[in-house]
Design a protein around this ligand. Structure first.
Ligand SMILES: NC(=O)c1ccc[n+]([C@@H]2O[C@H](COP(=O)([O-])OP(=O)(O)OC[C@H]3O[C@@H](n4cnc5c(N)ncnc54)[C@H](OP(=O)(O)O)[C@@H]3O)[C@@H](O)[C@H]2O)c1
Length: 262
């Protein structure tokens, strides 16, 4: 797929991976539309892109708010006349320790990481259906098949997202020529994992490169880096009794908060 002239919406455009994706797309001469909560950051990034000769607009919003998403999609569609690709990266990573088990953390993670993308898909599908083409790429996570101690809120929201995408993928393509892509990154050095030590984490610009390359190739699933893919997918095959013997603290990772019982 050639990205030149394509209208591309990027959510989470102020973040580690989102910002690098925007930078790379500006070199492809795509028409960009950015979405996130921090308006000054959006303006700063957008001004830089426009100054370099690539069209870029932005809309501030919170993915927890369906009206913000509706307004952003309408604004972008009105401005450019179409939306070819959406790369949805907005997300949060919040630990949920068993010692202080708290449903509100899980609700918040589901609202941002899962429902945020659901709202985008809901508002993008009618546009892409009428165009009879489009690509929606969401960002799940590499360990999306088995639970990880301490990270249930995050994992559950991403597993739900992977499941939803897999449910939509074949039908979206066959009925409407819409590509549904699930991006499953391993560890990537971004503000999200600052404070946690993740062995083998790759740089955000490299992750952005792999995501764009995968979208151009119209891959259905984009997962990286290879070493972590091999490790996680072989862990997926372990029987339950063996999986439960993996060291809990190692799975939580260095930097996981130390908590007292409630
Ligand atoms: N980094 C990793 O190792 C890793 C691994 C696997 C998957 N992922 C996934 O990859 C995606 C990008 O992660 P990243 O590492 O680039 O994260 P990041 O640097 O923390 O950036 C997160 C982005 O999401 C936006 N965002 C957060 N909450 C939002 C909300 N309620 N409404 C609108 N925008 C919101 C932030 O912008 P504002 O603050 O301006 O709103 C920011 O642009 C996420 O979905 C993450 O779960 C990351």
């Amino acid at each position: 797929m050639n990205l030149n002239g394509k209208v591309i919406l990027i959510s989470g455009a102020t973040g580690g991976m989102g910002k690098e994706i925007v930078k790379l797309l500006s070199k492809e001469r795509s028409k960009l539309a950015l979405f996130a909560r921090r308006e000054e950051k959006l303006k700063e990034i957008s001004d830089e892109i426009n100054n370099n000769g690539t069209e870029c607009i932005f809309k501030k919003g919170d993915v927890k708010n369906i009206d913000d998403i509706k307004n952003a999609v309408e604004f972008i569609h009105k401005s450019y006349g179409r939306i070819d690709i959406a790369i949805l990266t907005a997300g949060v990573l919040v630990p949920n320790p068993i010692q202080t088990f708290d449903g509100s953390i899980i609700k918040n993670s589901m609202e941002i990481n899962f429902m945020g993308d659901v709202y985008f898909i809901e508002h993008l599908l009618p546009i892409m259906k009428s165009q009879k083409s489009g690509t929606i790429a969401v960002t799940s996570t590499l360990p999306d098949r088995r639970g990880v101690p301490g990270w249930g809120a995050y994992g559950a929201s991403k597993a739900a997202l992977s499941w939803l995408m897999e449910s939509l993928r074949a039908e979206a393509k066959q009925r409407y020529n819409i590509n549904m892509i699930t991006v499953k990154p391993g560890s990537v050095k971004t503000p999200m994992i600052e404070g946690y030590h993740r062995r083998g984490a790759i740089q955000a610009d490299r992750a952005a490169e792999l995501i764009i390359k995968g979208i151009k190739k119209e891959k259905k699933v984009i997962q990286f880096p290879l070493g972590q893919v091999l490790m996680i997918r072989s862990m997926d095959r372990l029987p339950v009794f063996a999986y439960d013997k993996i060291d809990i603290e190692k799975q939580k990772c260095d930097g996981y908060p130390v908590v007292e019982e409630k």
